[in-house]
Design a protein around this ligand. Sequence first.
Ligand code: PEP
Ligand code: MN
Length: 357
Amino acid sequence: MKILKSEMDKLFILGPCSAESLEQLLDTATAISAVCRNHDISQEHVIFRAGLWKPRTSPQSFEGVGSKGLSWLDEVRRSTGMRVATEVATAQHLRLCAEHRLDAVWIGARTTTNPFMVEELATKLAELATNDGWKPIVILKNPVSADINLWTGAVERLRRHGISNIILLHRGFSAIGQDELRNPPLWSNVLRMRRLMPEMKMLCDVSHIAGKRPPIPHIANQAMQLALDGLMIEVHHHPEQALSDADQQLSPAQLDTLLSQLIVPEQGHADRQLTEYRQTLDDIDSEIWQLIARRQQVARDIGDYKREHHLPVFQPDRLEQILQERLLWAKQHNLSEDTVRTIIEAIHNDSVRTQIE
Ligand code: PEP
Ligand code: MN
């Protein structure tokens, strides 16, 4: 069963992590083109990706073929009709991409992290738009750390230079310690970013989130459930031989399977049942706020009492006791320990705040 619909308004950025040879690009691009046709994904919904300048952690790793790959991308566009994109990190990269009129460029996670580099790119993009009339789509990945303000800051820098055709690309955030995924998605940050910049399109780079093949379909479906506007997926004609990110690239056949299993929920569909559920949630939330307000009043009274009796506001033993007891309740109700801890700490911090004010 085909779940993707031809009228679907999702954007797919597909292609290898790195350009390795003209033959690799053409083979991969031809296969991707066929898979997209098979799923009725029209050409205006696809951009072919291949990294030319690779920001590698170690200089021993394959660092990309550099500018000679630009003419290979020309060839991909000529022979398949797909739009083409690569990663840019310096003004010089942009100058070279402008000569080949690339359709899109993406700013990688390591670059978004650095405001000086974003400023350099924004300045050069503005100059190339004015002097050469080159206005590529600018795909802006999130910074490596979960610092949303760096991401919105990068958007503002681009906009300040008159660059407006920007698409956000969520690629997960560096894992702290051991995590099953290479860059955990921390979806709550994505929702925050959506609230901060609701007008922006946001795609999901499932490959760099996953770091390996098996979790990719699940992450792609999660991104669709959160109504993201499309996916970046690394695809290589022989993934196991890839010179970079071999573990996470899909073969064209695996891309085909992923698209068959992708469920794209329809937007704006709220039936009577859903409306009822939401009403119940609204009622529960209203009770929660009333209870919190009552709790606050008691905390304020305790504050007055402590002041009269010269007792300190913050008593670490008391917080520890509250936490342990509430976490036990959480367990009994099958609630997530992390969530309950966050809520209790927020409520307790707020009590302390009212008592010292
Ligand atoms: C890439 O897309 O190939 C890449 C280097 O990704 P990121 O900037 O997300 O690490
Ligand atoms: Mn990669």
